[in-house]
Design a protein around this ligand. Structure first.
Ligand code: FAD
Length: 465
């Protein structure tokens, strides 16, 4: 009997334990992708990019003599319908660890089993399963360094190769058309601008890994904090849709035993740490991980935050980051920390306001890494930076963007001859924002010392309460 192989954030053939196991059964395989809430209810840029990933994967399957069947709707009824239409004996998938996916998947597993269908889930989205690493006392880790040591000691399973034969069935169920899903509909900023920067699909992701390991990895440890340097892999974009498997990345990097390769694996393990935290403490996505932070006098959404979103704070390093995100769909990690610190500290605005904006703009959006990143910077998260560590955007810029290359790349007003990315920002933003590339760059909206004082005062009030 045929088997439905249900793809979600695992849009690849290589390093795919579920697909390898399914192909090894020799049974006909019906690849399916379902646009349910986990696809339609995410941020504009991520949803658009998801569509690109699905299109690329469908083409890849077609090249390999099979298809990707597309359906829209709540996953459980869609799967039941497909089982009925195809006579398949069950559904297999790769596990995800966010609360929405877990609730959905466990309901599906229970229902399918109660109807005597197979329902099997597999690893592959992370290096290790979130429950495989625990402290000596059997608890989840809350601190990164010992988590990494434990993970490294345990070791990461070898990636498996793409199956040779994807065993297409004799009869196909009907598929919807990806174009009808219009996953880019909310990209009012113009998907064509972000598309210039996206690197889509399994083959491109693999090439990206190879290019990175061919050169930049050697200087990764020293250069990864400098946003103007092509020093980082950019793989978060591909990992989030599963266009490349983390185990493949880990083992390829392991060949580089120098400090670059080791440091790179440490960064990759942060992604696993985020999933580990989200699995054990799903409140990470919603509320202050440290409850005492509930008394912090965060400001809710406000006009200053809106200027922050628009990249018009008058603080060049901050604005460059926010504009980079709008135009390219990603932002350099160093700058993510600085813009997050500026919003939560200088503007004492709740980290959730920033997290939501990132979720709307990032093509590498990942619920776990985004929430962990924001709570880490804000001070409310596990293993977080202490709140009184307020990044000074000016000194950060002097240190990490001394030549102003990065700031000028993204801020047209700072340059006599602005480049494409800086100008694209003004094409991409909504007209209602009324931004003009030829206008003067805005004055600082808040003196840095004043912002820092406001942040520390708020922190003092929390300590007193
Ligand atoms: P590289 O330096 O090449 O690192 C390799 C891989 O390691 C990355 O692709 C990523 O999977 C992982 N990684 C590296 N640093 C981190 C980190 N701090 N946390 C988790 N994983 C990491 N990352 C996302 O993938 N999605 C998000 O939505 C996201 N939101 C963030 C929000 C904030 C406020 C902060 C501070 C960080 C956030 N990050 C997020 C983490 C990090 O900024 C990106 O993973 C990184 O910039 C991706 O670039 P890269 O692939 O070139 O990274």
């Amino acid at each position: 009997t045929p088997l439905i192989v249900w793809f979600r954030r695992d849009l690849r053939l290589d390093d795919h334990p579920m697909l390898a196991a399914a192909a090894a059964t020799g049974r006909p395989l019906i690849p399916v992708f379902i646009a349910d809430r986990a696809v339609t209810d995410i941020g504009a840029a991520a949803r658009w990019r998801y569509g690109e990933a699905i299109g690329s994967f469908a083409a890849r399957l077609k090249d390999r003599g099979t298809r990707l069947i597309l359906r829209r709707g709540a996953a459980l009824p869609v799967l039941l319908e497909l089982l009925d239409e195809t006579g398949a004996g069950g559904v297999w998938w790769t596990r995800l660890y966010d609360p929405l996916s877990r609730d959905r998947d466990s309901e599906i597993k229970d229902t399918l089993k109660s109807k005597d269908f197979e329902a099997r889930s597999f690893p592959g989205h992370t290096l290790v399963e979130p429950w495989e690493i625990e402290t000596k006392a059997g608890d989840p880790y809350k601190v990164y360094s010992p988590f990494f040591r434990a993970l490294d000691e345990k070791g990461v399973a070898q990636p498996c190769e793409a199956p040779d034969d994807l065993n297409p069935p004799d009869r196909w169920p009907e598929s919807e058309d990806l174009a009808d899903w219009d996953l880019g509909a909310a990209m009012k900023r113009g998907a064509d601008i972000v598309a210039k920067h996206a690197i889509v699909g399994e083959e491109a992701a693999r090439k990206r890994l190879e290019n990175f390991l061919d050169g930049p990895v050697l200087d990764y440890k020293d250069d990864r904090d400098f946003p103007a340097k092509p020093a980082v892999s950019g793989l978060s974009e591909n990992l989030t849709y599963g266009e490349i498997g983390p185990r493949r990345v880990w083992h390829a990097a392991k060949v580089h035993t120098g400090k670059g390769g080791t440091h790179f694996r440490k960064e990759l393990a942060w992604r696993d740490f985020a999933h580990h935290l989200m699995f054990h403490f799903p409140q990470l996505l919603e509320s202050n991980w440290r409850e005492e932070w509930d008394d912090f006098p965060w400001r809710q959404d406000n006009k200053d935050a809106e200027r922050w979103r628009r990249g018009m704070t008058g603080e060049p390093f901050v604005d460059a980051g926010l504009r980079e995100m709008y135009v390219t769909g990603t932002m350099h990690n160093r700058v993510r920390m600085v813009v997050a610190s500026y919003l939560t500290k200088h503007l004492t605005t709740h980290w959730k306001i920033g997290m939501e904006w990132f979720a709307d703009c990032l093509i590498d959006w990942d619920p776990a890494s985004n929430a962990m990143g924001w709570q880490w910077v804000a001070g409310s998260g596990p293993d977080a930076a202490p709140y009184f560590r307020v990044f000074n955007p000016e000194t950060q810029a002097e240190k990490f963007d001394k030549t102003e290359e990065y700031r000028k790349r993204f801020i047209a007003e700072l340059s006599d001859d602005p480049g494409e990315e800086a100008l694209d920002y003004f094409k991409a933003v909504p007209r209602a924002w009324k931004l003009d590339a030829k206008a003067d760059y805005p004055e600082r909206m808040i003196a840095l010392s004043k912002g820092r004082e406001a942040a520390l005062e708020a922190y003092d009030s929390l300590k007193k309460s």
